[in-house]
Ligand binder design. Structure first.
Ligand code: MSP
Length: 509
């Protein structure tokens, strides 16, 4: 059994969760469920990033004690996970005691390896991004200096510990040369390589002007730069500093799914820290794109934040999961629009998959005593075409899912479903009821088998709906896996009372 460790970024608790956070968590859930279906031993981690100035300021603004504020916010992120039908293995909070200890151990190891020194930092800092910027990265707008993310920066001058990032330039380039799959998509890989080649400067990794952070061991004037403690969460969750425990040995290194905004932290700083304490760099960092809302940047100041609770209660969880990953290539930016959700759900889920289930299964309910004998006819070229196509699509689906090309994997399934609907149109089993029951049975067997196969493949993406389909075709959800995808079931299919799994969304223009 292969082990597979997948993580989301840990989310800042300065505000409640929005659709962007939900997106990354669902992406990891899809990948995690897929890996379970192929028999991997999966560990799926998410959680909250609770230290730093940004969070401290948000707490102060709400006039709440910082710890009480972060407890409340963290809970809303935690509650969102099951609401999105995501099955995680661990929810980490950076204010957890074991995490504070783990971050301090990481720091001490870096000190021991002479990777950290004390000096002074003078330069730009963005609280919103919790990031340091150099002059060359900034633009001057209305007399203010603005970071590439659009956030304002302030001038910081303080004593600071530094990590010897510059010495990792060459080892990082060597690592990426030998492991090009460690950053995806490819365009992001190129972006990181040119950033490293442009020269790495040592990185300021502690702050002295506020207190809301993990105390630096042996110098309590300093708290760790929030990104040090944040990145360490991926190690804490599997037992670090105990690197010898079975779980740690089995699971490290991880696959990190992140937004494109935080690629640099994960693919430059993080692997350098890891190498500096003799740990392997991440197996893969996948950077996905950014969602806008009806063409506009999603932001609090524009008042167009999409609340995942609202949108899910309006459309249904699978409808949203499906839309997010069917509509936009995973890795690209996407635009969230109500029209696009309705069109996508209606055309693929209701008209294609839903229609196939409804017409085949309710026909079997009404005309075949809810039972079809599996009499596959190996000599019929139309039947063979569909069954072979489902194998070809399965192979493509696996290839895409392993590459985290979720949209392409889904597309394969829907091409199969469209072909199956055309096959049913052509073969019209309903016309055979009175003159060729045997042939009718065979066609229905093929159709139900495709419904079985398609719902197995769709399970990672729309698990709740697939469980409904399993119940209609009498498949035990506890026994599902992709290893028996290709074998034709030899008993008859029993079809339970069929019902519309994907009601159409009414579009009001
Ligand atoms: N706390 C850091 C991450 C530390 S990881 C060791 C952080 N948190 S965050 O709350 O600002 O956002 C984290 C992630 O949320 C982004 O990287 C991205 O995955 C997701 N998204 C937030 N807004 C988004 C969109 N508008 N669109 C898509 N994803 C977005 O950065």
């Amino acid at each position: 059994m292969n082990s597979f460790y997948i993580t989301t970024p840990i989310y800042y608790v300065n505000d409640k969760p929005h659709i962007g956070h939900a997106y990354t968590t669902i992406a990891c859930d899809i990948i995690s469920r897929y890996n379970k279906l192929i028999g991997n031993d999966v560990f799926f981690l998410t959680g909250t990033d609770e230290h730093g100035q940004k969070v401290e300021k948000a707490a102060a603004k709400s006039s709440m004690n910082t710890k009480i504020f972060v407890d409340k916010m963290a809970q809303s992120f935690k509650d969102l996970v099951p609401y999105l039908k995501c099955n995680i293995d661990y929810f980490i909070r950076t204010t957890d005691e074991n995490h504070i200890k783990a971050s301090q151990s990481l720091w001490s190891e870096l000190i021991k390896n002479d990777e950290i020194y004390l000096s002074n930092y003078e330069g730009w800092y963005s609280i919103r991004d919790e990031a340091f910027y150099s002059d060359s990265e900034l633009t001057k707008i209305n007399n203010k200096f603005i970071a590439p993310s659009g956030s304002e920066v302030e001038w910081v001058k303080e004593e600071s510990y530094f990590f010897r990032l510059s010495k990792w330039e060459k080892p990082l380039l060597d690592f990426y040369k030998n492991n090009p799959e460690a950053i995806s998509p490819k365009s992001r890989y190129n972006e990181v390589i040119s950033f490293i080649k442009s020269g790495l400067k040592d990185l300021s990794i502690s702050r002295t002007t506020f207190k809301w952070g993990v105390p630096v061991p042996n110098n309590t004037n300093h708290v760790m730069y929030v990104w040090i403690d944040a990145l360490c969460n991926y190690l804490t969750a599997i037992g670090y500093p105990d690197k010898e425990n079975l779980k740690f040995k089995k699971l490290w290194p991880a696959t990190h799914v992140v937004g494109k905004d935080i690629l640099r932290f994960h693919s430059v700083y993080w692997p350098a820290f890891l190498m500096a304490v003799n740990l392997k760099p991440p197996k893969k960092v996948f950077a996905h794109g950014w969602w806008t809302n009806e063409g506009q940047k999603i932001s609090k100041s524009l008042g167009n934040i999409i609340d995942p609770y609202d949108i899910v209660s309006q459309y249904g969880i699978d409808q949203i999961r499906f839309f997010l990953f069917r509509e936009v290539p995973f890795g690209n930016d996407g635009d969230f629009s109500k029209n696009a959700i309705s069109n996508r759900v209606n055309s693929d889920l209701s008209n294609n998959l839903g229609n196939l289930i409804q017409r085949v299964c309710s026909f079997i309910n009404k005309n075949c005593n809810s039972k079809v004998l599996n009499t596959f006819d190996k000599s019929n070229s139309n039947d063979n075409f569909i069954l072979n196509l489902s194998i070809e699509k399965f192979d493509n689906y696996n290839k895409f899912m392993k590459n985290l090309e979720i949209d392409k994997a889904i597309k394969e399934i829907f091409e199969l479903l469209s072909e199956t609907n055309s096959y049913i149109d052509k073969e019209s089993p309903w016309k055979l009821k009175n003159n060729d029951e045997k042939r009718m049975n065979t066609i229905l067997s093929v159709a139900v088998e495709i419904i079985r196969r398609a719902s197995l493949l769709l399970y990672p993406i729309i698990p709740t709906s697939c469980e409904k389909i399993f119940s209609i075709i009498d498949l035990n959800k506890n026994s599902i896996n992709l290893n028996n995808y290709k074998s034709l079931p030899d008993n008859s299919f029993f079809i339970n009372e069929s019902f519309p799994v994907f009601p159409r969304i009414e579009v009001n223009d």
